[in-house]
Design a protein around this ligand. Sequence first.
Ligand code: NAD
Length: 384
Amino acid sequence: MRPDGLIAEYGGGTTTMKLNIAVLPGDGVGPEVTREAVRVLRAVAEHCGYDFRFEESPIGGGASVNFGSPFPPQSRERCLASDAVLLGAVGGPQFDTLSAELRPEAGLLALRYCLGCFANLRPAIAYESIADCSPLRRERILGTNIMMVRELLGGLYFSEPRALDAASKSAWNTMRYSEEEIERVARVAFKLAEGRAKKLVSVDKANVLETSRLWRQVVTRVATEFPAVSLEHALVDSFAMNVITNPTRYDVVLTENLFGDILSDETSVIAGSLGMLPSASIGGKVDLYEPIHGSAPDIAGKGIANPIGAIGSAAMLLRYSAKLPVEADCVEAAIEAALKSGMRTADLLPPAERAKASSTEQIGKRIAELTVEALKSRAAHSAV
Ligand code: NAD
C-alpha cells in the first residue's frame, strides 16, 4: 500500500528504499516498453543498493483471453498490496469482438477505479534535440515544460444520471463536481507549482457552466494557501488555442476531467511523438504510472516501440512513490542525454532515415547506463 505518495511528500515524509512494484505489461507494445522501464529501475536499485521488487500481473485483452477478466482479482490484489503500479498499455484489434465486460479498456477503468487515483499528471516537455519532430515550429516550442494536472475521477465521465435512451431517442450525461473533489486536485497542482516556476493556470468554462463557476471559486480559495504561486484562470476554448501558439508561457495547468483529457492530448504534440510521454495518476491507495500511448498494434512485436514514455513514467514513480527525486532527475537526464547523443527510435525519424533507428531494447539499455553514469556523477559532485 502507498504509505506516502506525492500528496504526503509535499507535506513532508521519509525516503522509501524498499519498494514493491506491481508491473502490468498489458497488450501490444506494453510488455516491450515496460521491460525497458523495469530495466532502468533495476539499474537504479542495483547502483544505489535499494530493494525494489517487481511482480508481474495480467491486465487487458490478453488477461481476458487467458484468465477470463481484463483485470483479474489476483491482479487487483497485487496492485492494492504494492507501493506503486507500473502499467504498459492495453488493447488491440483482436479484442474488439469481446463483450463489453471483457474489453481491455474495462480492465483499465477497473484498475484506475480500484486504486482511486484522482490526479493525473502529464508533463509535456520540448526536448531540444528532437524539437524538429513536433509539427509545431521549433522556435515556438523550445523551452516548453508544462505539467498538466487533470482531475481523474469526477465530472462528465463518472457523474450520474447518464443514459442512452432508445425510447426517447436521446442520451445524456451529467457533469458534477463537489468542492472536496476540486480542492484535493487543486492542492496537488499548487504543491507541484510551488516546486516549479510557481505559475498555475486553472482552465474551466466558467462563462457557461455552473461546475466551472464552483471550480473557479474553490481554486481561488485554495490559492490563498499557496501565496508564492501566481494563479491565472483561463477559459478552455481560448486556452486550447494559446497553449499551442505560446506553450512556453505555461507551467502548471490544472483542469477537470474532460477538458484535461482533450488538452493533454493536444499538448502531447509538443514532445514530437506519442511514445515520448509519461504519466502518473496519484492520490489514491496506490499510485499508477504509465506511458500515455496505447498498445500500438501496428508496431507491436517488432522491437521498435519508443520506450521513453514508459521510462519517463518510471522516473515519475521514483519521484512521487519512492520519493527519490535525485534518482528521478538522473533518469530524466539520461533520457535527454540519449536523445542528445542522436539515439532515436523509428517514430522520431523521417521515413527515409528509419533504417538507422535504434531498437526499443538498445534505447532502454543506453538510458539505464546513462542513468548510472548520472548517479555516479551526482555522487562525485556531492562528495566534493
Ligand atoms: P496508440 O497510442 O496505440 O497508437 C497511435 C499511433 O502512435 C500508432 O501509429 C502507434 O504506432 C504510435 N505509437 C504509440 N505508442 C508508440 C511508441 N511507444 N513508440 C512508437 N510509436 C508509438 O493509439 P491507437 O492506435 O488509437 O490505439 C491502439 C490500441 O490501444 C486500442 O485498442 C486502444 O483502445 C488502446 N489504447 C490503450 C491506452 C492505454 O492502455 N492507456 C491508451 C490509448 C489507446
